[in-house]
Design a protein around this ligand. Structure first.
Ligand code: 3AT
Ligand code: MG
Length: 335
């Protein structure tokens, strides 16, 4: 399987740069959307601070990591030091506060894997999920945003890959495929592995930013404005990289023994992490190490059926880009 195809991509691959960049441009959220998100966040802050003056709200996920497409929902984290209430009580109280304002569809989901309050703001039309004290997500959001500022090709590649994953139905964690967060980590890893490298490994560099979250030390180099020419030696175009990304996951990645690790900027072995067998529901069929919660495999949602679906989709995408006469349409064809 690994050597099924020759390494070279089609000679006219660069004719796909224009349509890929046009697609990217069409997915970027316009400035007024950002302003509406800010407006909603301010409204929520005012409501929350009436009840809890010391609580803080943070945006996280794609509305803050720079990998959000237009019209996405926003993810908000309520950071609160409330020792006499458990999470469910806080969520129920929060839902009451929000309902008393003009917000719609307010719902506390206290039993979800990540418990949240959902709501819709009729003024801005934005839907929002609020979780409690999920500060690791706030920090991993910053890491992704900082990587995005180093080389423009990361954001372009990740938008195209996320768009492909949504079109092909492989961005559904409850059906055993991967989260958007996992796909962005796959893109960062891929660009760290190019030669010359397009991205550095921020967690292996001298740390200029450091926070401890639930006993996990999160530290990395965050002065990314100093890294603007990092990838300049590498001249690969977005079309070459999109093809290379699919080719890598279709024919080059060793699913039996490798773990991709953005934290170390390289591949590590499943054996080293003790991810070689199924434990409970964690099967480790595609292994993507979380950059901070290192015992967390973002591929753990993948099962023996969905791994086949994923790998066939990677192969299909690589083959479409290699051989199809109209690859840009075919690649994103609804499944
Ligand atoms: P969409 O544009 O909404 O698809 P997203 O980046 O907002 O992409 P999610 O809504 O899946 O992605 O997740 C929101 C954030 O939550 C992203 C990341 O900071 C965090 N997160 C998601 N899944 C995990 C996970 N399994 N482990 C740790 N953090 C996660
Ligand atoms: Mg989201």
């Amino acid at each position: 399987r690994l050597y099924k195809r020759q390494m070279m991509c089609r000679s006219d691959i660069n004719s796909l740069n224009v349509p890929f960049l046009a697609l990217y441009g069409s997915l970027i959220p316009p400035e007024e959307e950002k302003a509406k998100q800010k407006q909603l966040l301010t409204l929520l802050e005012n409501l929350v601070n009436k009840e809890w003056p010391n609580a803080k709200l943070y945006l996280y996920g794609s509305c803050a990591n720079s990998f959000g497409v237009s019209k996405s929902d926003i993810d908000v984290c309520l950071a609160i030091d409330e020792t006499d209430m458990d999470k469910s009580e806080i969520l129920l109280k929060l839902a009451d506060i929000l309902k008393s304002d003009n917000l719609q569809n307010v719902q506390a989901l206290t039993r979800a894997r990540v418990p949240i309050v959902k709501l819709m703001d009729p003024v801005t039309g934005i839907s929002c999920d609020i979780c409690i004290n999920n500060l690791l997500a706030v920090v991993n959001t910053k890491l992704l945003r900082d990587y995005a500022q180093i080389d423009a090709r990361l954001r372009q590649l990740a938008f195209i890959i996320k768009h492909w994953a949504k079109s092909r139905g492989v961005n559904e964690t409850y059906q055993g495929t991967l989260s958007s967060y996992a796909y962005v980590l796959m893109c960062i890893h891929f660009l760290q592995q190019r030669r010359p490298a397009i991205l550095p490994c921020l967690q292996e560099m001298e740390s200029t930013y450091s926070v401890a979250v639930d006993d996990i030390e999160c530290a990395f180099f965050d002065q990314v404005e100093k890294l603007h020419d990092f990838g300049h030696q590498n001249k690969e175009t977005i079309a070459q990289l999109v093809w290379g990304f699919f080719y890598y996951w279709a024919y080059c990645h060793d699913y039996t023994s490798s773990v991709i690790s953005v934290r170390t900027g390289t591949i590590i072995s499943k054996r080293e992490k003790d991810w070689t067998r199924r434990i409970g529901n964690d099967r480790h069929l595609i292994c993507i190490e979380d950059p901070f919660e290192v015992s967390h495999d973002l591929g753990r949602v993948v099962d023996k059926f969905s791994i086949k679906v994923l790998r066939e989709e990677f192969e299909r995408a690589a083959d479409v880009l290699q051989f199809d006469p109209n690859p840009c349409v075919k690649l994103f064809e609804p499944y």
